[in-house]
Design a binder for this molecule. Sequence first.
Ligand SMILES: NC(=O)c1ccc[n+]([C@@H]2O[C@H](COP(=O)([O-])OP(=O)(O)OC[C@H]3O[C@@H](n4cnc5c(N)ncnc54)[C@H](O)[C@@H]3O)[C@@H](O)[C@H]2O)c1
Length: 460
Amino acid sequence: MKQFDRRKFIQTTSLSAAFASSTSLFSNNLRSSNQKYMGNFAAPKLDKIKIAFIGVGHRGIGHIMRFSSFPNTQIVAICDLYETNILKSESIIKNLKTYNTNIKLKTYWGNENKWKIMLKETDADIVIISTDWNNHGVMAIETMKNNMHAFVEVPMANSIKELWEIVNTSEKYQKHCMMLENVNYGREELMFLNICRKGLLGELYHGEAAYIHDLRYQMYEEEIGTGSWRTLQYEKNKGNLYPTHGLGPVSQYMNLLRNEDTFKSLVSFSSPALGREKFATENFSANHKWNKLNYQNGDINTTIIKTYLGRTIMVQWDETSPRPYTRLNLIQGTRGILAGGPTRAAFDDGFEGFSNNSKEWLKGDGIDALYEKYDHPMFKRLNQITKDLGHGGMDGIMIYRIIECLRNGKPLDQNVYEGCAWSSLIELTSISVNNNGQPQEFPDFTRGNWVDTNTFDIIP
Ligand SMILES: NC(=O)c1ccc[n+]([C@@H]2O[C@H](COP(=O)([O-])OP(=O)(O)OC[C@H]3O[C@@H](n4cnc5c(N)ncnc54)[C@H](O)[C@@H]3O)[C@@H](O)[C@H]2O)c1
């Protein structure tokens, strides 16, 4: 349902003029004549999907298992810094029932540039990038230049400059570049999307999103693994370093970047940085490398986004505080509210017998009944085959959908502009935090074409 009158909005705000006159630091308004908008892009159908991997650590190995669980996939090459990760992955792949001995698996490891050779030598259809945050952007760009679709772990890239280059390369080479935002496929998130699309919350005007996950234990991964590189980020950068998990779903509930509304500006503040230094002092020797870092980035970052229609989204990020996990996952409309972890809901008078009192959360049997009636049809169709494939099934649904869309020549569920806009918070929040919360304009990676982009509908 169109909750706002877009046409009226465009008339009254003279939207195109607003874009043309944008003075944003990051505006990049001209699309070259050899580029084409990718908002509704569908690539030619692929029968069997040949896959290469860059980065087969914790997350990359998981993706190998997931892709291999489904038919019509063939892993053709893997690359990592470390031989141990390559040997582990190779053994998993060669023990698959579906392993095709006629196609030799190519392996690359040993230094940080081997992936470039892999891209040149490999005839894959898609490349899955699951490396640390430092090189997602450049790897995605080179993948597309080598004629393959890129699928990039979160976030898409760290800088606005790189995000623009991703957009321009995707438009020029007509290749998908999808950020692997798995949270959009969570059962709760899919049900909320279903309820929002049915218009049952009324007009949506506020959301709350977060990645609040105490990851201090990762600091024990001192030489290799996630903590070995992620810990350094708390010294290097300020702002929200990991904004996409909570924001992706809220963005799709509100239909942002897809013909209804889009990101406009944000303000951002961070708390003092206390927890990492405390953890390092208490758990590592005085001369340990973690005790030599100058932890700069506040333990909790809070950002408020304003959309073009004036809606608000609060986004929080905290990987340090001693507190339970949450993504907040809250969406407020004129008829009620949905909130996550655990699932809660409250509706105004007389909502289908579920609730007649918006002052109390629907709980227990009420929530079960809500799931019974409004579970997303995609979740109902795929849960049985994906439920054991990671993060309660969301990872499996994401990979299944990628294969399904590519094989049927359909647009992917998340387009390149969504991945870029959600990731752009990293630099925008950093600038805002460093300037006492000064408002920052979002770059419009669609160059105004979001108004023509199809809604991500309810796909059965
Ligand atoms: N969506 C999710 O739920 C989720 C969960 C965990 C991690 N992630 C993301 O996945 C990515 C990887 O995280 P991880 O936990 O697997 O980290 P990890 O350290 O376990 O794995 C990263 C791998 O990348 C390899 N690598 C780094 N630079 C390379 C290069 N130049 N060439 C080849 N290989 C290179 C490393 O050797 C390592 O094996 C991160 O972006 C992280 O944010 C997402």
